[in-house]
Design a binder for this molecule. Structure first.
Ligand code: HEM
Length: 284
């Protein structure tokens, strides 16, 4: 969950290597996308659309071993000064697309790092973030320019709890090489698999959820899977960029282009004039 990222990495959700911390516990990789305008003007509300695609016909194992749908969540790291737009600045049409999603800042005083989720994946495969760009006129620390944006987005349950314990959304493996001497099924679900390496019995506890793929008497190697892989989710990250564009620069660019066009037209007119003079057979 995004709040476990906040708890385990309170300073920043992005490690020095560029890895977003969700990946520490959500071990499978699946794609994630963010669509953001190439350039935005200051003090403007725009959409950042996060896409977390997956096969909605699939179900995952839940904590109690039953099957269920997937939830989604994300962390979006916008450039300094950007933030979720206040309610009264968001146009009605954009509000509909946001569809009630609730955004929180990753850490106090850092309004540009935003987390969202868990949200039901069937409704929020696309999450629309209503973002307000900053105005360099109002804040001397904000400058026009090109900045990076980082996204981490996840669907489905993680593999590791903050305590380090594995969730039941994992493949469970043999810890030794040997023969499976006994498999007992617990009343509440789950199994205890006993493996004998020739001398000692070792037992592997398998929580309710993953399906057993071994039988008694079977020889297994170290690290060999005893269960299927129930995980259908995964985490993905994406880096992109956005330009905070000065309206004055665009104005001057238009003036410049108009100037060039005018100069071109004048040159053509001048050429026509010279041609006329030449036609008349006048040479100076
Ligand atoms: C569950 C997102 C960080 C461990 C979930 C779920 C979401 C999510 C959406 C619900 C999945 C579902 O019910 O289908 C994220 C995001 C993170 C993040 C976006 C980063 C910002 C972490 C971290 C850990 C973690 C750092 C480990 C310390 C788990 C586990 C579950 C889970 C174990 C399953 C919980 C259960 O149902 O028993 N996460 N997560 N997540 N997350 Fe994360």
């Amino acid at each position: 969950y995004p709040f476990w990222a906040q708890e385990t990495a309170p300073e920043t959700p992005r490690e020095a290597t560029g890895r977003i911390v969700c990946a520490n516990c959500h071990l499978a990789a699946k794609p994630a996308e963010v669509e953001i305008p190439q350039a935005v003007l200051p003090d403007t509300v725009f959409e950042a659309v996060v896409k977390i695609p997956y096969d909605h016909s699939q179900q995952q194992v839940l904590g109690d071993g039953s099957k269920g749908g997937l939830n989604v969540g994300a962390v979006l790291m916008l450039p300094d000064g950007f933030q979720i737009a206040p309610e009264d600045r968001i146009p009605e049409e954009m509000k509909e697309k946001v569809n009630g999603a609730y955004f929180q800042t990753y850490k106090e005083g850092q309004d540009n790092w935003i987390i969202v989720g868990p949200l039901p994946g069937d409704q929020y495969e696309e999450i629309v973030f209503p973002v307000l760009s900053p105005d360099p006129k109002n804040d001397p620390n904000i400058h026009y320019g090109k900045y990076s944006v980082h996204l981490g987005a996840n669907r489905g349950r993680g593999q590791v709890y903050p305590t380090g314990q594995l969730s039941n959304n994992n493949v469970f493996k043999s810890t030794v090489a040997g023969a499976i001497t006994n498999i007992t099924e617990a009343e509440a679900g789950g199994y205890t698999v006993t493996i004998n390496d020739g001398e000692t019995d070792y037992s592997v506890e398998i929580p309710v959820g993953p399906e057993l793929i071994v039988t008694e008497g079977q020889e297994v190697a170290v690290g060999e899977a005893l269960t299927n892989d129930p995980n259908v989710g995964g985490f993905g990250q994406k880096d992109t960029e956005v330009v905070l564009q000065s309206p004055d620069r665009i104005k001057w660019l238009l003036v410049f282009i108009a100037g060039i066009m005018l100069a071109q037209i004048l040159l053509v007119l001048k050429k026509k004039q010279i041609e006329k003079v030449q036609e008349a057979g006048l040479y100076f």
